[in-house]
Design a protein around this ligand. Structure first.
Ligand code: DGY
Length: 321
């Protein structure tokens, strides 16, 4: 019997896929730092029983229609807005993601970004490197306090809750907004559910943790920024598509809000000429929310475990439903 064909749309370390090399016919895009081209993915899909994707791979109807034997799309990310899940399900293709294993690392990075934006860490680091430091002075690099302030988390899923835990350690008042109210999380962390507009009005830090869906696309727009405090800091480690970047740029430039910490952008990667990078009150990172070696290895392993289960006719560990 021929071995199932598995296409890896990104090169990953050999030690991760080695355990499967006898069971599967593994084909792999040869670059770690370059996404697979659409043409290549299209070609590969013709023969593949399973594909391993990352968030840079758009898997739409046209591609799926080319995948005559395709049984599973295993996305190495908790987010899956790069995949037309509805269509996959219509065709009986299973989609999986990698939740849980990245929760704590992503929450760490979110909080690090919040602290960096509030205390101007990147700006201060740049200042000293440019040899501009002349003396200590009373208001030099004075930022914003984090402790005892109000944080508003939009999207109280696993990562949102982990961010809330960290906020509690800083004695913050935690507000949240979510599609569904989460009484379990409220009890565990002492968070208060509020309507979206109230969260915007009351929070010192507005943190976007919601997945990108039809409902959340462009959620943070001019109207939303106008509702925020002038001293508010906006943090996004979820998906760039939840934000109208032109509106964010104007809000930051006109002082409608104080600062932003952004790990994600509408079109990635952004270049140095992106308008948001022209502003001193923006701390920007290149989508590294879950980027620790341990976490990334776990994400890869989980994606491959899901493929193994599905190819053996079993239920995957983390299906997208
Ligand atoms: C995810 O998993 O969705 C992250 O954005 C990738 O690190």
């Amino acid at each position: 019997m021929s071995r199932p064909r598995v296409y890896m749309a990104r090169k990953i370390p050999e030690k991760i896929w080695m355990p499967y090399k006898d069971q599967w016919d593994i084909q792999m895009w040869p670059y770690e730092d370059l996404p697979v081209s659409r043409t290549e993915l299209f070609q590969q899909l013709k023969q593949a029983d399973a594909i391993f994707t990352t968030l840079t791979d758009v898997v739409d109807q046209e591609l799926m229609d080319n995948g005559k034997h395709l049984k599973i799309i295993a996305n190495m990310a908790v987010g899956y807005d790069n995949i037309d899940v509805e269509y996959a399900h219509k065709k009986g293709i299973i989609v999986t993601n990698t939740p849980d294993v990245l929760t704590e690392s992503t929450a760490d990075l979110t909080f690090a970004l919040l602290l960096a934006a509030a205390r101007r860490l990147v700006e201060a680091n740049q200042y000293i490197r440019e040899d501009k430091w002349t003396t200590w002075s009373p208001l030099f690099m004075a930022g914003t306090d984090v402790h005892h302030k109000t944080i508003g988390i939009v999207g109280m899923g696993r990562i949102g809750e982990a961010v809330a835990h960290r906020a509690k350690g800083f004695h913050m008042n935690v507000l949240y907004h979510n599609r569904r109210r989460r009484p379990d999380a409220e009890k565990r962390i002492g968070a208060t559910y509020v309507p979206f507009e109230d969260l915007l009005e009351q929070s010192d830090f507005v943190v976007c943790m919601t997945p990108l869906t039809r409902e959340t696309e462009g959620l943070f727009d001019r109207k939303a920024f106008q509702k925020m405090k002038h001293t508010a800091i906006f943090i996004n480690t979820s998906r760039g598509g939840t934000v109208n970047e032109q509106d964010l740029y104007e809000a930051l430039k006109e002082g409608k809000i104080l600062a932003a910490g952004l790990d994600v952008f509408q079109h990635e990667p952004i270049g140095k000429d992106h308008p948001l990078l022209q502003l001193d009150n923006v701390t920007a990172l290149p989508h590294i929310g879950s980027a620790t070696k341990d976490t990334r290895y776990q994400m890869m392993k989980l994606a491959l475990e899901n493929i193994e289960l599905v190819l053996n006719g079993k239920k995957p560990k983390t299906p997208v439903t």
